[in-house]
Write a protein that binds this ligand. Structure first.
Ligand code: NG6
Ligand code: CA
Length: 504
């Protein structure tokens, strides 16, 4: 690609028409590696000594590693919705954790970052965990036919996805809207309302749970697929079922194939791993590698994935011309519903790093996520304390592509290219997050809106950060959010609330 660029631009003066081709070839690729439930402390570059993730470390060393980066929400669906659309998920009431048969949450008329890349002449793909719904209406998909609308209607030329999560049916791959290996003689049925008569469930047939059992009182006791019970009911499609231990390999293989196919044109790849979401069934190659059981092994598998992406770009000779963004959709959780000994084997490891809370929480660990931007020769390498948010992916990519978007498209998203490149060390003035309540932080102070939701999730052992009183924390000196300084600082509260009021 590099060679083409030089060659064609050299000829551009005398051969006008070639110029467009040269421009095209010069456009850098963008690869997003979106992890699932991987926390700030889960990667060795963020300072935890209990885990070794050398490939991520290398990416961080060669790029910008952010210490104050945020997802927009503390669970997957709203977080990814915001990442891909640049709009706050809390503006809509239907962006909570989606069931496996959810209809498309991002409707075709809504603008996405995939549309942005497509309009700029990129080949676009989403590979891996989706969790943003498919088809027109919830519960009305026919899993034996082309499901429409689909990802192609929101900018992705190619898609190879898990409809929702590893713990939700249907446990199949969907490629360009069609279930892979669908068998007309064994049609697939999915329901989130009632079980299919005669189908064994985790609840009724625990003896069939040969791979992993759900944690007590933690749901996940419905359809049994591959010896693991899940959320939701499913019947049929035996040949189409994914193999849990191969999920990551499959994501990596399809991501690599896409990069290979498009190595001579600009591409945007959204590679969303299932690691380290439950049920955690890393490939046997990684079993025992972390000493922390399947959760730690899933982190090692994730690290391997990052190594595969980089190695592929190098092999194809396009590493220098590719911007890689690595992040996670929300904070970490240890027991998220299966008996995988994650709690018992955690030892000294702190997936949440120095922060309070975790996945589902309004406290920092809910949304303070790993965030690395690597673009050889273009970024100012090092650790950046700039305040950044995934909400700006759309705006920042528009800046990157040197295009402008409409006011409506840019309602919530800013262009933050200088910050993402490590040049501007301040970043945003504020970030807004949602995890049952809204919170606003300016990097130094954080305000959590009062609410009457529960303060603690017993199942996952997470402090949720909900309280009927106003909460204000001085993150600069109290990043663990221990002392509520609301009463003494009404002016600071006013100032932070004004940020939200201005966009609400
Ligand atoms: C929760 C599930 C949890 C996980 C989460 C979604 C229960 C009790 N817990 O409802 O296991 O699937 O949804 O995680 O069912 S996310 O990362 O995809 O948002
Ligand atoms: Ca998640």
């Amino acid at each position: 690609m590099k060679f083409n660029t030089i060659f064609l631009s050299g000829m551009a003066c005398s051969f006008g028409p070639f110029f467009a081709v040269a421009q095209q070839a010069a456009k850098p690729n963008v690869v997003v590696i979106m992890a699932d439930d991987i926390g700030y402390g889960d990667l060795s570059c963020y300072g935890e000594k209990t885990i070794h993730t050398p490939n991520v470390e290398k990416l961080a060393d060669g790029g910008v590693m952010f210490t104050d980066a945020h997802s927009v929400a503390a669970t997957s669906t709203p977080s990814r919705y915001s990442f891909l659309t640049g709009h706050y998920a809390w503006r809509r009431s239907d962006t909570g954790i989606a069931p496996g048969d959810a209809g498309m949450i991002i409707r075709p008329e809504q603008y996405t970052v995939a549309d942005l890349f497509k309009e700029a002449g990129y080949a676009t793909a989403a590979v891996g965990k989706w969790h943003l719904g498919m088809g027109d209406k919830t519960g009305e998909q026919d899993w034996n036919r082309l499901i429409e609308p689909g990802l192609k209607d929101i900018g992705f030329d190619y898609s190879y996805i898990m409809a929702a999560t590893g713990d939700r049916v249907p446990c199949v791959w969907v490629e360009n809207g069609k279930v892979v290996n669908a068998d007309p003689n064994d049609p697939i049925y999915v329901s989130y309302k009632e079980p299919f008569p005669g189908e064994p469930l985790g609840k009724t047939h625990p003896e069939q749970l040969t791979v992993m059992k759900p944690s007590p009182n933690h749901g996940h006791d419905q359809a049994i697929v591959n010896g693991i019970s899940r959320i939701g009911y499913m019947k049929g499609g035996k040949k189409a079922l994914w193999k849990d231990q191969d999920i990551n390999d499959s994501i990596v293989a399809h991501g690599i194939a896409f990069m290979e196919q498009h190595k001579d044109e600009p591409f945007f790849l959204y590679l969303a791993t299932n690691d380290a979401h439950v049920p955690r069934v890393p490939h046997p190659r990684f079993a025992g590698k972390s000493g922390m059981g399947p959760r730690g092994d899933a982190l090692i598998e994730f690290d391997w994935t990052v190594g595969q992406v980089v190695a592929t770009l190098e092999r194809l000779g396009i590493r220098e011309n590719t911007l890689i963004i690595l992040t996670s959709d929300n904070g970490p959780v240890v027991d998220d519903g299966y008996q995988d000994r994650a709690v018992e084997l955690l030892g000294e490891h702190r997936p949440w790093g120095p922060f309070r809370g975790g996945k589902y929480s309004n406290f920092e660990a809910g949304t303070r996520v790993p965030f690395i931007v690597n673009y050889p020769g273009k970024v100012k390498k090092g650790v950046s304390k700039a305040l950044v948010s995934q909400i700006d992916f759309l705006g920042t990519m528009a800046e990157f592509l040197q295009t402008s978007l409409t006011k409506e498209q840019m309602k919530d998203s800013n262009g933050q290219l200088d910050a993402w490149y490590g040049k501007d060390r301040k970043g945003r003035d504020y970030v807004i997050e949602y995890a049952g309540a809204l919170s606003v932080s300016d990097g130094e102070w954080k305000y959590i809106y009062p609410n009457r939701k529960s303060a603690y999730n017993k199942l996952t052992n997470t402090e949720l950060g909900n309280a009927p009183a106003e909460q204000l924390y001085y993150l600069k000196k109290d990043m663990g959010e221990q002392v509520n300084r609301a009463e003494q600082n009404p002016d600071k509260i006013k100032e932070l609330k004004a940020y939200l009021e201005a966009v609400r």
